[in-house]
Design a protein around this ligand. Structure first.
Ligand SMILES: [Zn+2]
Length: 365
């Protein structure tokens, strides 16, 4: 199952934002799959929501379940607080108040309109999870839904960070738990950058002793990422507040050093096995895979250059994760996450295209 909606495209230049996120990435992936006559079923957001949720899919209280209430109130409010939060999340303002990669005179739409689009991304991550859980696809795609947007894993408890305003992954996971669609959830984050916001949100929730649906259903976070480079570069680490992202550990962090690309697949396989071991007798109801394409050697973002997987390695990464989950009959929702420049669509498109041509192994080890 593929969840793809052209209405979710964030065309950054429309808002005056000068960040190299090509608006056509989801479109290119969907177009490539259509060209290859992929049998993967495709739904848009409206079709995905039909039969799953009556009324609004995502409400303010769903965001407040995860983030600081005052922060969420600013995003839903009027005035310039919402704009300030967006400027910070997309790193559009310098400490001296001048703009960074932002030119409002080029904007066709107010920056604050972006919040509505971001909310649709949060809905998509939740709906992809529901579709995976409801086994709506047909073999080889049952228990599997890839959402061609979302993945805002740097968003923190009370602020946006690293192009991420709110954390759709944790919001979706906690909503599923509160509604008792899923109890224990694995979050497998293989974006090039550490899932630092997700780690912070899960830790803060644990520290508060929070329960969901009167239970403590649990999330396990695994992050495989560049050992150095943002948000783990020297400047970010020295400016970080103690006990806050990016200093908060995931349940299992696997940092990959520069030039260790050849070890990536082995490290990932070991990480998946270790995650299962540490989960003990608890089998997850769902895995959310944050499948950023920025570890790809042709990624256009300079800050992701410390990880440089070949296209084959990127595809192998995703096939390994899917095979691991399918062997254990664990449904999975996949989120697009990072990927920059003109080649960023390739790893995801090749992975999805490979599924019908070379089904992943689903037998037991
Ligand atoms: Zn990234």
């Amino acid at each position: 199952m593929l969840l793809y909606d052209p209405l979710l495209e964030i065309a950054m230049p429309q808002y005056g934002i000068l960040i190299p996120i090509p608006p056509s990435r989801p479109q290119k992936i969907a177009g490539f799959l259509a060209e290859q006559r992929s049998p993967l079923p495709v739904l848009n957001l409206k079709e995905a929501a039909a039969g799953i949720q009556d009324g609004p899919v995502m409400e303010q209280k769903d965001l407040e379940r995860v983030h600081d209430r005052a922060f969420i109130a600013r995003l839903y409010g009027r005035g310039n607080e919402k704009e300030k939060a967006l400027l910070a999340a997309y790193e559009l303002i310098n400490s001296d108040g001048t703009y960074n990669r932002y030119n409002p005179s080029l904007a066709e739409k107010p920056l604050t309109d972006l919040f509505g689009v971001i909310l649709r991304h949060v809905e998509g991550s939740y709906l992809a999870s529901r579709l995976a859980l409801e086994k709506k696809g047909k073999a080889p795609y049952e228990d599997f839904c890839f959402f061609l947007s979302g993945g805002m894993h740097h968003a923190r408890y009370d602020s946006g960070s690293g192009f991420c305003l709110v954390n759709d992954i944790i919001i979706a996971a906690r909503k599923l738990q509160a509604e008792e669609h899923a109890a224990f959830i694995w979050i497998i984050d293989v974006d090039a950058h550490k899932g630092d916001g997700s780690a912070e949100l899960v830790k803060f929730s644990r520290d508060r002793g929070e329960t969901f649906a009167d239970k403590n259903p649990g999330i396990f976070t695994l992050s495989v990422h560049m050992a150095r480079g943002w948000p783990l570069d020297r400047a970010s680490l020295s400016a970080a507040e103690k006990g806050r992202a990016p200093l908060v550990d995931s349940d299992l962090d696997i940092p990959i050093e520069e030039k260790e690309d050849h070890l990536y697949i082995t490290r990932l396989a070991d990480g998946l096995a270790e995650m299962e071991r540490r989960s003990g007798s608890r089998k997850p109801d769902l895995a959310i895979v944050v499948a950023g394409a920025d570890p790809y050697e042709k990624d256009g973002l300079p800050s992701s250059a410390l990880l440089a997987l070949s296209l084959d390695q990127c595809v192998e990464r995703d096939r390994l994760i899917l095979s691991f989950l399918k062997k254990r009959k664990i449904p999975s929702a996949w989120i697009l996450a990072g990927g920059y420049g003109e080649h960023a669509w390739e790893p995801t498109a090749r992975f999805l295209d490979s599924l019908a041509k070379r089904p992943v192994r689903t037998g037991t080890d």
